[in-house]
Design a protein around this ligand. Structure first.
Ligand code: UD1
Ligand code: MG
Length: 405
């Protein structure tokens, strides 16, 4: 996939008033990442000439996420609508790039393949604009695609401006478009803030292009989930569910078993090996890497954990930033954190907390124990109720138990 004639413009300056949040919309999270980061990642796979993001609300925080991803930042201040946001990016687009994919920072489920198809269709038909649309059972809130009798696109009408007849149209505007740049600027020059929000709407450019006899078409997304926008908390929850569903399907396809999969939450960067069983209510977070043939039993939460093949995590264990070697067993009700390391075959039982400690091969601590800053030798059996507690006069000493011989 490579689109050297295209630049991408991501519109992410908005506040997200409907979220009722002190955090800018682009920074809200779904499916384990910020919304805007999902969009950037989908665009990066297209290998466009440039990725430009228009930011405004909490610009510094949004830029801090975007800059390391190689995105060019343009600030829109004040924010006067989606059409205005594109106008602000005009200079950054320059005069040499032929096409732009313009998309919102709040529709994070869009796939690279769909964007590539949009670009391909746009070029193939030499259109002025190609809109990604979708048919939704509940179209309320979205702009609608109004078509002429011959089926061609006539205009986009915002939800607040729909006539009673138009309200039943269920083909919506995803706000994801391909534009031919030299056709775009004259249409944007005609935008006026004559709408409910007194903003310059990018959607109005479609009507102007059509009225001027330009070719405008719409590609109906095969998977309507891809265009879901995150305007409200309810939208965020729905989009999060869709991401989680995608991730689980991906893992099941490579041989991971799940019980009641809809109750399992897995972050996008997590990997799981084949023949591992994940039980209901489990969360696998961060950059966790779970090997093959493991069992992660119900209610356990693993965050940034490496688990080697054949390990067993019994119910309701909480493990973070730790390492479980092959054939280790943990739980039920265990807490491992801050670089706890269990070497091959080691076991930790119920109500045991392990912090920054190493348990040697086949070492055991099965009941009611706190192991902090300790090194427990191989084959050692740590008795019930043991505490290694080495905090003395502001200095942390390490505790060592030699191998059982
Ligand atoms: C927009 C579309 C609507 C479409 C819907 C799909 C317009 C006028 N309406 O509505 O037809 O169905 O998306 O989700 O375009 N933004 C800026 N600067 C601004 C205003 C907005 O960068 O001045 C950004 C926002 O941060 C957001 C995106 O543009 O990422 C879309 O804005 P939003 O307010 O969410 O528009 P919708 O009401 O969802
Ligand atoms: Mg929106």
């Amino acid at each position: 996939m490579a689109l050297p004639d295209f630049a991408v413009v991501i519109l992410a300056a908005g506040k997200g008033t409907r979220l009722k949040s002190s955090l800018a919309k682009a920074l809200h999270r779904a499916g384990g990442r910020t919304l805007v980061e999902h969009v950037v990642r989908a665009c990066q796979r297209l290998k466009p000439r440039a990725i430009i993001a228009v930011v405004g609300h909490q610009a510094a925080d949004v830029s801090a996420i975007l800059k390391p991803l190689g995105v060019q930042i343009i600030v829109q201040e004040p924010q006067r609508g989606t059409g205005h946001a594109v106008l602000v990016a005009r200079r950054a687009l320059g005069s040499r790039i032929k096409y732009a994919i313009i998309l919102p920072g709040d529709a994070p489920l869009v796939r690279s393949e769909t964007l590539a198809e949009l670009a391909r269709l746009h070029q193939q038909h030499a259109a002025a604009a190609t809109i990604l649309s979708a048919e939704l059972a509940q179209p309320a809130g979205y702009g609608r695609i109004v078509r002429r009798e011959d089926g061609s696109v006539e205009a986009i009408v915002e939800d607040s401006a729909l006539t009673d007849d138009q309200r039943s149209i269920n083909e919506i505007n995803s706000s994801i478009y391909a534009f031919t740049i030299d056709k775009l600027w004259p249409a944007l020059a005609r935008l006026r803030p004559v709408n409910a929000h007194r903003e310059l709407y990018l959607t109005d450019a479609i009507g102007f292009l059509r009225a001027g006899g330009e070719a405008v078409q719409a590609l109906v997304a095969a998977d309507a989930d891809e265009v879901l926008g995150c305007n409200t908390r309810a939208d965020l929850a729905e989009v999060d569910l869709a991401f989680r569903r995608r991730k689980r399907a991906e893992l099941m396809a490579v041989g991971v078993s799940m019980l009641m999969p809809e109750s399992i939450l897995i972050d996008p960067d997590v990997t799981v090996g084949p023949d591992t069983l994940v039980e209901p209510g489990v969360q696998l977070l961060g950059k966790s890497r779970i090997g093959a043939g493991c069992t992660i039993r119900t209610g356990s939460i693993l965050s940034d954990v490496i688990v080697e093949d054949g390990a067993l995590v019994k119910p309701y264990s909480v493990i973070s930033s730790s390492y479980l070697s092959a054939e280790t067993q943990v739980g039920p009700f265990a807490h491992l954190r801050d670089s706890a390391r269990l070497l091959k075959g080691a076991r930790v039982g119920n109500f045991v907390e392990v912090k920054k400690s190493i348990l040697g091969e086949r070492a055991k601590a099965m009941h009611l124990t706190y192991l902090g800053d300790a090194r427990i030798g191989s084959e050692t059996n740590v008795g019930a109720g043991t505490i290694t507690c080495n905090y003395r006069r502001r200095r942390l000493h390490r505790c060592g138990v030699n191998d059982h011989k």
